[in-house]
Design a protein around this ligand. Structure first.
Ligand code: HPA
Length: 235
């Protein structure tokens, strides 16, 4: 059965889905890391694939950018395709000068000024949490792979281009956020309301304090540490 945004047939999507923002990153993962790949979604070029990693099954599908977009895709995957676990694998801007480009972060909370949860079901909390169980598993995999991971609260923002750029330091200081991205709050909310599991792994693509940045090409190809950890969730 298809949904308005996903044309996969029943059974084509694995219990665990990795979600990069960018459809080309989903394709990159399928092309370079998975075997026995079946493409299950082409709608709007938001590509989705199921394949095997070291003999175990996993899916990867793009979320698009921002909370309205990941809100649609994660809801449909959880509710209509029986997906149990969604692990966002995205990029973020670091709010801390000590975080270096390509460092891997794991969200242990998402703070947001977004109205996504309030609009969706009246949820008033501005901090939402990922699955403890998924986070613990991801940390074990990272340790086994010898990849350092920093966990902390992530600012999940609705706005990339703020008129008052310096505002980020107030958000950082008031809410204890170590980095900013634009999707995890909506993903965590959907997992909570539907009784499912979500986690968010991030790679630092820019640092708002030091103004270091990666190029778009580097961003598409160089996030392999994060992908290695997330792919370890195949089952
Ligand atoms: N802001 C929001 N989202 C991001 C950023 C940023 O600076 N960098 C990567 N994702």
């Amino acid at each position: 059965m298809s949904t308005p945004h996903i044309e996969a047939l029943d059974g084509q999507i694995a219990k665990t889905v990795l979600m990069p923002g960018d459809p080309l990153r989903a394709k990159f993962i399928a092309d370079n890391f998975l075997e026995n790949v079946v493409k299950f979604n082409n709608v709007r070029n938001v590509f989705g694939y199921t394949g095997t990693y070291k003999g175990k099954t996993i899916s990867v599908m793009a979320s698009g950018m921002g909370m309205p977009s990941i809100g649609i895709y994660s809801y449909e995957l959880y509710k209509f395709y029986d997906v149990e676990n969604i692990i966002r694998i995205g990029s973020c801007g670091a709010y801390d000068a000590e975080l270096k480009l390509y460092d891997v972060l794991l969200a242990d909370a998402a703070w947001s000024e977004s109205s996504y949860a309030l609009t969706q079901n009246g949820e008033k909390a501005s901090t939402l949490y990922p699955s403890k169980d998924l986070n613990e598993k991801l940390m074990v995999i990272a340790k086994d792979l010898d990849i350092p991971v920093t966990s902390g609260t992530i600012h999940s923002s609705d706005v990339f281009y703020r008129e008052n750029f310096a505002q980020f330091s107030d958000i950082r200081d008031q809410h204890g956020c170590i980095a900013v991205e634009m999707e995890s709050f909506a993903l965590f909310h959907n997992a909570n309301i539907l009784g499912k599991n979500a986690a968010c792994l991030l790679t630092v693509s820019d640092n708002l304090v030091t103004a270091e940045v990666t190029s778009a090409t580097e961003r598409q190809n160089a996030f392999t540490k994060m992908m290695d950890i997330a792919l370890g969730m195949a089952e």
